[in-house]
Design a protein around this ligand. Sequence first.
Ligand code: HEC
Length: 208
Amino acid sequence: MMKSTLALILAAGIFAIACVFTVVTGQAHILNTSVDVPHYDSAGRLVLPDDYREWVFLSAGLDMNYSDSPPVEGRHIFGNVFVPRTAYRAFKKNGVWPDKTILILEDRMGATKGSINKTGQFQTDIAGIEAHVKDLSRFKDGWGFFAFDGTIPADLIDTNSSCYSCHLEHAAVDTTFVQFYPTLLPVAKKLNTLSSSYRLVAERDAGQ
Ligand code: HEC
């Protein structure tokens, strides 16, 4: 009799511990699902998402140059653009980015010499990481730009900087360069969310 009571208490104890464990790990799972939104430290700096390489890959630009100055001879840069899957799916549905979207532009050096390669370019070391964040309650016109120095949290770039004006004037959708993201441009065309300035330029180019 004593023995079976003891066994019962023991079983109840194990059950209670298992319940607590399930709740705790369940919560950890819930916390994990919120990694897709931007995180800021106590000083308001943007924290670099450590898993952006697991997001949807939008495109890689090679040696894209938006200024009139000539490119540096022999120096090649790839620009890889990533966005969380949740934001990507929302864009496919609505043709614009949902609030709290974070896009990462990861620049990597290009190289030709390596292993069996003879021509062309492959990617090597990181040359810079920038972020473009839609946070309607936080930023004046809804979007903020950041440039990371390694993995240190980044300050918001001043709204007078050319990041804002170039993206506002030339980007095809919602101040993002969807004209260079081949799986999203058809979506924006279909859902009619292209900016009027981009449409004008596209029509002019088509007429030439
Ligand atoms: C003269 C125009 C211009 C300026 C200035 C500019 N960008 Fe961009 N940006 C682009 C273009 C074009 C792309 C598309 C790149 C690609 O397709 O690889 C882009 C893409 C991006 C992306 C990827 C997401 C998106 O919005 O499409 C980020 C992040 C970004 N830029 C950050 C910045 C930051 C930070 C600055 C300022 C320090 C900046 N950009 C300044 C033209 C510009």
